[in-house]
Design a protein around this ligand. Structure first.
Ligand code: ADP
Ligand code: ZN
Ligand code: ZN
Length: 702
């Protein structure tokens, strides 16, 4: 007897290969089984989707290749996982195989069964040998009343929970205790905790390990993120898949991990844009988490559920709106632990500062005072490097990237011009390449320059121990080397550094205890950006940054958030001053409603990369033209193709076309009908020079 399994393999949506391929097997293979199959001249990893005993109509034995073998010792991927993958592929307009295979650790492809068996035993040894029997547990803090109320309300909640907790309100402790409860209730329970960027929050990982390893053994907590080596990723994935890992801490990719015992999903800082993937299947891990919770719950006994908790001090407007509508349960924790106050907002009107000042004199004076008292300051700006551009004032030459429609940033430390889009790096020229002028100068400011200026301005300021004030910088450049981020965070925690200058990575999640002043020195770009989400992002960033100040209640009364701005009257600052996210959200949502923007309208982007801008746009417009008459064409609006803000990167021209609809269902059905048209349109004469296209559903940036 023969079987005819349909197997999904890694085929991009654009290859035109169907959802799955049919093979032959002598043995029945359960759906979800991992197999190796021949594909062309290669042998690839695949997932069995179905395994009928009769071949699909029209297919003969001679036309069908045989499954090479299965990955032994691995239980099949369960039905809920397959449902999640199928949903993600459909919703984000990708192929099943692309999503399924991207969710598996890459090393799984290359291992022989012998190697795999070795990995599996290695893992189970960790679990057994170092297991410490349940006994006294580090119980964590006694919860505050607000934390207790939130935890109590979580338990019976049937809907996803939006935990709206101020910075420093102790959300992490709620996650920890909810995790503890989930693990205690079911012997095989697993918990998924997602964070935007794991490396930025080593404290969170430490707290989970500290709390659960003594209770559940050394292998109980694993991480899953793209910064891990392939071997580490495989090891974590196997631990999750076999149920040995009880807690998976990860970034957005973790939402697709195989977790057979999943009972709780936490999405911390749920508003963070990094939950939306910007390549391949452009999924939102937050939205998939909500879907996954629903699928898992449906498979459980009545009354049991897999709970989803979305936490933030500044929720996304999508989640806020869902809570307004009652689709999510909103639980608020407005107070900081220990009763500390949120910092007072000080707006510095740049119209009244000395001409050309990058840092206002009153801000410098306030920082000097703090340093003198042994307190710390954070200075936030949005650009790394020394200056955004190097320019010749004689002929107008600028440090344009040869491959992108962007300027290369001047990095003074290693005297390079570096493109932040394509990476193209060159030594700074001695003279203007166009006219030979020796006097080429930096324009605008980056973190390096602000660090340098602050060090100069604070040169005479003394710390309480009599030493000079110390300024440090933290951004993608200073943390590039492995381990350097940890070292820099440590110097901040130990108090070695008085002022930390950096990009938004310094505003996220850190529990620094001695910061009493946070300054944002060039926030204005977020006020007037053409992107309609810019105010939401700016508000979240400033609230997050403010949340770094005054975390020690004793110092919180005097803590301050300084914002330098040319527009102090802007309404965004009025809400910020009151720390009033609900008021801000209400005005933003009213604007979105009147403009038909998300969450009231639904969007997708069709993006095209091509050799020329003309080809990119021509392809998009041709695809739009060919959409006339498709199902639900009447329900969507297709806009003309436009170039991206940075239209050329690494010599590739980029354009996009916006699709809008008032109904999510109509948009989904239209996109599904459009997909084959998009494939066909590639061969139109207008599209010559097209490199690739991609659909981005629910795009974050348009
Ligand atoms: P959030 O994530 O909401 O910003 P954290 O979870 O980081 O806040 O908590 C802020 C600080 O308060 C942490 O140092 C944490 O250890 C402490 N903390 C949390 N809950 C309690 C509690 N119930 N009692 C005492 N300290 C607590
Ligand atoms: Zn010149
Ligand atoms: Zn470039």
């Amino acid at each position: 007897m023969a079987f005819w399994p349909s197997v999904v393999v890694a085929t991009p949506a654009h290859s035109g290969v169907g959802a799955s391929l049919t093979y032959r097997s002598e043995l029945p293979l359960a759906p979800g089984t991992l197999v190796r199959v021949p594909l062309g001249a290669r042998e690839v990893l695949g997932v069995v989707w179905e395994c009928p005993t009769t071949p699909p109509e029209g297919l003969t034995e001679a036309q069908t290749k045989t499954v090479t073998g299965m990955l032994q010792g691995l239980p099949p991927l369960n039905e809920r996982w397959r449902q999640l993958v199928k949903f993600a592929a459909q919703y984000y307009q990708r192929s099943l195989g692309e999503v399924a295979l991207a969710a598996l650790p890459p090393q799984l492809r290359d291992l022989s069964n012998v190697q795999l068996a070795r990995r599996l035993t290695r893992r189970s040894k960790i679990g057994v040998d170092e297991h410490i029997p349940a006994g006294d547990v580090a119980d964590g803090h006694d919860l505050s009343d607000e934390q207790q109320q939130a935890l109590d309300a979580l338990a019976p909640a049937a809907a996803p929970v939006l935990l709206f907790g101020a910075t420093g309100s102790g959300k992490t402790e709620v996650y920890l205790q909810a995790t503890q409860r989930a693990l205690a209730e079911h012997a095989d329970a697993q918990v998924l905790v997602m964070v935007p960027e794991i490396n930025l929050t080593p404290q969170l990982e430490a707290r989970f390990r500290e709390r659960f390893e003594p209770l559940r053994g050394a292998g109980a907590v694993v991480c899953l993120h793209s910064g891990m080596t392939p071997a580490q990723r495989l090891s974590s994935w196997l631990a999750a898949h076999t149920g040995q890992a009880r807690i998976v801490l990860g970034t957005r990719m973790a939402v697709l991990a195989s977790l057979p015992g999943l009972r709780l999903i936490v999405v911390d800082e749920e508003h963070d844009p990094s939950y939306k993937s910007q390549e391949g299947a452009r999924y939102s891990a937050r939205d998939l988490a909500v879907y996954r919770g629903k699928v898992e719950t449906e498979a459980l006994a009545a009354g049991e559920r897999c709970q989803v908790v979305l936490g933030s001090a500044t929720p996304s407007l999508e989640s806020w709106h869902a809570a307004d509508q009652g689709r999510y349960l909103r639980l608020a924790m407005p107070a900081r632990i220990g009763g500390g106050a949120l910092p007072r907002l000080r707006l510095v009107d740049m119209n009244h500062q000395p001409k050309g000042a990058v840092l206002a004199p009153p801000l410098i004076a306030a920082m000097a005072e703090r340093i003198g008292r042994g307190e710390q300051c954070l200075v936030l700006l949005n650009r790394r490097g020394y200056a955004p551009v190097l320019a010749c004032h004689d002929c107008g030459w600028k440090s344009q990237c040869a491959h992108c429609s962007a300027f290369r940033v001047f990095h003074k430390l290693d005297r390079t011009l570096r493109c932040h889009h394509c990476g193209f790096t060159e030594r700074v020229p001695r003279a203007c390449p166009d006219c030979g002028n020796l006097d080429i100068a930096p324009v605008g400011r980056g973190t390096e320059q602000v660090e340098e200026q602050l060090a100069g301005l604070l040169a005479d300021v003394k710390r309480p121990d009599g030493g000079p004030a110390r300024v440090a910088r933290m951004d993608a450049d200073s943390t590039r080397l492995k381990g350097s981020l940890e070292v820099q965070l440590a110097t901040m925690h130990s108090g070695e550094v008085d002022v930390l200058v950096g990009t938004q990575m310094i505003a996220k999640g850190h529990d620094f205890r001695r910061i009493t002043l946070v300054a944002s020195i060039n926030a204005d770009s977020g006020l007037f950006a053409s992107d309609y989400r810019a105010p939401e992002r700016l508000f979240a960033l400033l609230m997050q940054a403010a949340g770094r100040a005054g975390r020690d209640a004793a110092q919180s009364a005097a803590s301050e958030m300084w914002v330098q701005t040319w527009y102090p009257q802007h309404p965004l600052f009025a809400s910020l001053k009151q720390h009033d996210f609900p008021a801000f959200a209400t005005t933003q949502l009213a604007e979105r409603l009147s403009a038909g923007m998300p969450p009231y309208g639904h969007q997708a982007l069709l993006r095209a990369d091509a050799r020329t801008q003309q080809a990119a746009q021509a392809y998009l417009n041709a695809a739009a033209h060919a959409a006339v008459g498709l199902p639900h064409f009447e329900d969507v609006t297709l806009y003309p193709a436009v170039p991206l803000t940075i239209q050329r990167v690494a010599n590739v021209e980029r354009a996009q076309l916006l699709v809008e609809a008032t109904s999510r269902g109509a948009l989904q059905r239209f996109l599904a009908a459009w997909q084959p048209v998009l494939l066909e349109s590639r061969s139109l004469p207008e599209a010559r020079g097209l490199i690739r296209f991609a659909v981005d559903v629910d795009p974050l940036v348009i």
